[in-house]
Ligand binder design. Structure first.
Ligand SMILES: *[C@@H]1O[C@H](CO)[C@@H](O)[C@H](O)[C@H]1NC(C)=O
Ligand SMILES: *[C@@H]1O[C@H](CO)[C@@H](O)[C@H](O)[C@H]1NC(C)=O
Ligand SMILES: *[C@@H]1O[C@H](CO)[C@@H](O)[C@H](O)[C@H]1NC(C)=O
Length: 414
């Protein structure tokens, strides 16, 4: 029954397909059978021998764009709810407005995530057809609006919209600034602190497309430097060690309580930004996000290039469930890459070895993103592989599944 841990990806795939078809009664029955089978499988096989589990290291739970399952992603209510649910880190995406203010938003364009189409006063900023370049790739913008053409004041007239059917009632939120994000985090951290929870909530901002914003400003590392200025404003001392960081500059006083700064990990998909921070902001904790456009880093020699430069490597669930090569082959839009180069770099790292290899290089794997329909199977599988941080949606259960896993583990040791 439990001879192969490789059956887990198959179960997860099947659950996902069934989840999408869930209104059918036969499917519901099938799903129940699958759950029973999986629980049976878990009972015997949750600790596959081939994976080297460290019982003392619980992966950190990261709230993907706040509590984006309950609330529109990257809004203040989403951040507030995530903090209430006691996750380890709250994640947000950051882009820059025309007047260079950091705002929490995922896209460079506004049509999909805001009500811009019902604002005729911004018709003059509409982009009919334009190519923009970032991360060495060309992207075509068609009938849309670029966030970088809007000042903060203009952006604040828009409302965030969501495509999640359960969230349609929330239509009045604006795009928050990074300052508003930080104020929320501090206010909620104080509440936690006063309630006796001494673990400060961590934050994980992601700089989106620095090469695009740096080119707009015609200044190298413009976005990175501006971001560091923002962090310094919040008391983070960027150039000293984390330990000193907590003791010295990084404290703030609220109602006579002195709280330490919130743990901070900065993420980016552009590896140039990771290297820049590594070289010029030594004490920043970093997470280098890899996706199919970073194919070279998914090889033995490519991954080794990140050694020592970043604390975390962000890998997508596909890399761990299907393997990097399959994920790259299946990518939409199609990824063109140099097969000879991949061979020279030692080939793609197989899915069974990628987490332990990253660990051997002294880094940790953060996996993105686990959704509620497959959370138990995936969270247990990833912990078994040695993953140290998990981006999740549907926060209620993720930490519980993780903690139950370790309770089972400890009982097994007794
Ligand atoms: C955008 O780039 C594509 C090739 O990547 C090119 O075919 C197209 O003409 C360009 N469009 C514009 C508006 O520059
Ligand atoms: C960008 O900066 C370079 C060097 O500072 C300058 O030569 C160039 O004219 C600038 N380009 C634009 C579009 O401002
Ligand atoms: C950190 O210190 C180094 C060396 O003193 C300096 O070159 C660098 O600019 C500093 N970084 C920041 C972000 O202040």
């Amino acid at each position: 029954m439990c001879s192969t841990s490789l059956s887990v990806p198959a179960v997860i795939l099947l659950s996902k397909i069934l989840f999408k078809l869930k209104h059918n009664a036969i499917v519901l029955t099938l799903q129940k059978v699958l759950v029973v089978l999986f629980l049976f499988h878990s009972f015997f096989c949750v600790f596959p021998q081939s994976f080297n589990v460290r019982k003392d290291i619980r992966p950190q739970i990261i709230a993907h764009r706040g509590d984006s399952f309950q609330m529109p992603e990257n809004t203040i209510p989403a951040f507030e709810l995530a903090i209430e649910k006691d996750v380890d880190f709250v994640e947000t995406d950051l882009v820059l407005t025309k007047d260079n203010v950091f705002v929490c938003f995922h896209d460079l364009t506004l049509a999909s995530g805001t009500d811009i189409r019902s604002h005729p006063e911004f018709a003059h900023l509409r982009v009919l057809l334009k190519n923009i370049t970032y991360d060495d790739q060309v992207f075509t913008i068609e009938d849309d609006w670029l966030i970088s053409d809007f000042t903060l004041k203009e952006l604040k007239d828009l409302r965030v919209i969501t495509h999640n059917q359960n969230q349609l009632k929330y239509s009045s939120f604006s795009i928050p600034t990074f300052d508003e994000f930080m104020e929320t985090v501090r206010r909620e951290s104080l509440k936690r602190f006063l309630n006796g929870n001494k673990n400060p909530i961590g934050i994980m901002p992601e700089l989106k497309h620095p090469s695009y914003f740096n080119a707009l400003a015609n200044t190298s590392n413009f976005m990175e430097k501006l971001f560091i200025k923002n962090l310094v404003k919040y008391g983070y001392s960027i150039n000293i060690t984390e330990e000193n960081n907590l003791k010295s500059g990084c404290e703030y006083e609220l109602k006579s309580n002195v709280l330490p700064c919130n743990p901070l990990v900065v993420q980016c998909w552009e590896q140039g930004t990771i290297v820049y921070f590594y070289e010029s902001a030594k004490s920043l904790r970093l997470l280098a996000v890899l996706w199919v456009n970073n194919v070279e880093f998914l090889t033995w020699k490519g991954m080794a290039r990140l050694e020592g430069k970043t604390e975390f490597v962000g890998l997508s669930t596909e890399f761990l469930l299907d393997g990097a090569e399959t994920a790259v082959e299946n990518a939409e839009p199609k990824v063109v890459y140099d097969r000879e180069k991949i061979k020279e770099l030692g080939g793609f790292i197989p899915k069974e070895e990628i987490v332990s290899y990253v660990e051997r290089l002294g880094m940790k794997v953060a996996v993105y993103t686990v959704y509620p329909e497959t959370e138990r199977e995936e969270i247990e599988y990833f912990i078994g592989m040695g993953v140290k941080a998990i981006f999740v949606e549907g926060l209620e259960r993720a930490a519980k599944i993780r903690d139950e896993y370790f309770t089972k583990w400890n009982n097994k040791l007794k």
